[in-house]
Design a protein around this ligand. Sequence first.
Ligand code: UT7
Length: 326
Amino acid sequence: MQSKILGTGAAIPDGILTNQDIEKIIDTSDEWIRTRSGVVERHISDKDTPSSVLAKEAAEKAMEMAGISADQLDAILVASVTPDHSFPSTACILQDKLGARKITAFDLSAGCTGFIYGVAQADALIRSNNAKFVLVVGVEELTKVTDWTDRSSCFLFGDGAGAAILGPSEDDKSGILATYTASDGSLGGLLYQPAGGSSRPASHYSVDHHMSTILMRGNEVFKHAVRQMEEAALKALELSGVSKEELDWLIPHQANIRIIDFLARRLKLPLDQVVVSIDKHGNTSAASIPLAFDLAVRDGRIKRGQNVVMVAFGAGFTWGSVMIRW
Ligand code: UT7
């Protein structure tokens, strides 16, 4: 049995922070941010809107497109590094908010690759007959863990959620053709949140010393991202049997426009076959791929029968890919 994506949804907070706003916070320029990262503006949530609120909105839109109701869900997977709390999981909070049955619900932490990991798990649950309909959400409120004094990273991040409903494929024309996930924990220190977990519980010291926020060695991460995203994309082609020539769309993790350009060139895809939303959303980690995917599905760019590869890289390090025929 094959699984397929039956519906997508997205949610972004109303608040917008432009590069001109960032110029007032750190020593930078709109021009530098655009050319080095591709970000023009990012959405920012308020203190009364935790991740589960965005997740719920995205999930409801995805269920509507899929034509299923919350009580038909068999599992809820939420990928996030900015959940509402360490526990309970945002997936459980979402289960309650959606009014779903007492089903499997858990969070997974795979950084910016979280949505890819989630889709791979949902696909496995469906193919092994352990679930019929699975909700996968990638949601982040990175602006709440951004170090606004760090000029080398704070301009990158944004908030948002994207969701997908996976279910069994009733024909062999569309579905998940391949999934691939990988990790290398030895490089975790290049992109992490130093304090707030059991290795260094939150304290006045850790907050005062900017240890509860994102710490990224951008340049180093960049080099690994380029390499591993190419590997993941090629793996998806190999596992699915889809050739570069048969590829219609690339949906990359929206980390940096220069990484996206590089990957498109390696796949021999012109930029008009690449879904880019980093200019509007910034880097929304686990939400970035489902957000971009939902945009391109709803505006009609991605058409039935087309081959779409999604490729991500993130904290962990983790990386992975999903090939679908839409
Ligand atoms: O999502 C998970 C994976 N994440 C990624 O893949 C992110 C990967 N990293 C990146 O996207 C890039 O490393 C950044 C966009 C974060 C930074 O770009 P970069 O080209 O790697 O910049 P850099 O840190 O090497 O800095 C280059 C120069 C430095 O000046 P000098 O030493 O060359 O004179 C910095 O001081 O740019 C300077 N700089 C800035 N200038 C203006 C650093 N930050 C800024 C800034 N505004 N905000």
